[in-house]
Design a protein around this ligand. Structure first.
Ligand code: HEM
Length: 398
């Protein structure tokens, strides 16, 4: 564990558990990020605010709404399968901040900058101590300052537009049920709710990974479809209630969280006072990064870590293959409050999609954008209905 005044990298489950979880009272602050925080506009979002400034709320259960949106997603895919990545973005946006689907989600269509977080390469986002960068005007033409200005504009639009629309509709009594709407109802103070929407890109990434993995590993796909046919049958779509009876699908969801984690180094934690871990002095103010990717790809914990192998979670070997959700959603008091929503959304997407579609890819390349939040590089994937009956389930809906 290399330690410096400014940053420490935790590479083992023991270190993240001991420091970020057991000692979370002092390891839950965030450092201030100049580029990714202030300049781009993430500064006052829940992931970036200093510890103790605001209280987080846990997300509620949204099963029926998730299933309804996911069914709409299947219809979209049936109509224009080649646009599946766009449909993924829209369904996640719909689940997080709107009950209905319509022009606002569509207005973001084909906007490459939507993947704003992809561009926050760790190198740039880590300009935490370079306070001078804040004062370099964009007109100097220095690349990242222009990027910051452009990203900031998009961030403000992504942040404010859907939220303002839901608020307006609620005032008119015309709002459909949505996650954001329910939060507004509970607390009229907009700060937390408004900003929760930032994170929906994380779920987009994990659902895109599902399409990438399952279209490449067709043997996994076949086994999942066999389980779905046996347990759910072919005359209805699966629901979240089926989840406990679908262990192989559950294992696929875990493997997606592990294989290419959305947030490979989680988000930085800042220790608030001097501390000692295994004889090492950790100075107050140090930035502590948990390298979740390294843990989730540790050969000693997950044998053949680069392979997409859901069956690793079906065995019961002590100390092997721990549930990756322990690491993929972050740590201690800053753990992701959207984890249940995100995990359910991923499960129902995997189950419904595989129940009715076959996925196939000729290309086997697996490439991700290097960033704080990683996405698969856009790829092609053929998506076809499994049968006439499956197609009818999508169009008629049961
Ligand atoms: C697969 C999907 C997702 C993954 C893998 C994920 C992962 C993470 C990670 C690693 C963190 C940092 C935790 C830490 O600092 O230790 C985080 C924070 C956060 N996530 Fe998620 N997330 C996902 C989806 C969501 C969704 C759908 C929402 C909201 C609707 C959400 C809301 C948040 C918020 C508000 C924080 C900041 C918490 C804090 O700093 O106290 N996330 N997430």
């Amino acid at each position: 564990m290399p330690l410096t005044k400014t940053s420490s990298h935790l590479l083992s489950p023991q270190a993240v558990t001991e420091l970020l979880e057991r000692r979370s009272a002092i390891y839950s602050d965030r450092p201030s990020l100049i580029f990714g925080g202030e300049l781009v506009g993430y500064k006052d979002t829940p992931p970036m605010i200093r510890y103790g400034e605001r209280h987080r709320e846990h997300l509620g259960q949204w099963r029926a709404m998730e299933e309804r949106h996911m069914h709409g997603f299947l219809r979209d895919i049936l109509r224009t399968p080649e646009e599946f990545l766009h449909h993924v973005r829209r369904v996640v946006a719909s689940i997080v901040f709107r009950g209905g689907r319509g022009p606002r989600a569509l207005s973001l269509r084909h906007n490459p900058d939507l993947q704003v977080t992809c561009h926050l390469s760790p190198g740039i986002a880590w300009l935490t101590r370079e306070y001078t960068v804040r004062y370099i005007p964009a007109w100097t033409g220095i690349g990242f300052m222009q990027d910051a200005k452009r990203f900031n504009k998009i961030m403000v639009a992504i942040r404010d537009e859907p939220y303002d629309m839901i608020k307006r509709k609620m005032a008119e009594g015309a709002a459909k049920p949505s996650f954001t709407g329910s939060l507004i109802e509970r607390d009229a103070n907009p700060s937390i709710e408004q900003e929760l929407i930032y994170k929906w890109t994380s779920s987009v990434s994990s659902i895109s990974s599902f399409f990438l993995a399952l279209s490449s590993y067709t043997d996994v796909q076949k086994r999942a479809q066999e389980e779905l046919d046996r347990i759910v049958g072919r005359d209805r779509l699966p629901s979240l209630e089926d989840r406990p009876n679908l262990p192989y699908l559950e294992a696929i969801v875990q493997e997606i969280h592990r294989w290419n984690p959305v947030a490979p180094v989680a988000l930085p934690h800042r220790v608030q006072q001097d501390d000692v871990y295994r004889g090492l002095h950790i100075p107050g103010g140090a930035i502590v990064m948990a390298n979740s990717w390294a843990i989730l790809h540790d050969e000693a914990l997950y044998p053949s870590p680069d392979k997409f192998m859901p069956e690793r979670f079906l065995g019961d070997v002590k100390d092997l293959n721990p549930d990756p959700r322990r690491f993929a959603f972050g740590y201690g008091r800053r753990v992701c409050p959207g984890r249940d929503l995100a995990d359910d959304t991923l499960f129902i997407c995997v189950a419904m999609t595989l129940a009715v579609f076959d996925l196939r890819r000729d290309d086997t390349a697996v490439e991700y954008t290097p960033a704080l939040i990683c996405h698969p590089v856009p790829f092609r994937c053929s998506i076809t209905p499994r049968s006439r009956e499956a197609q009818a389930l999508v169009t008629e809906g049961k």
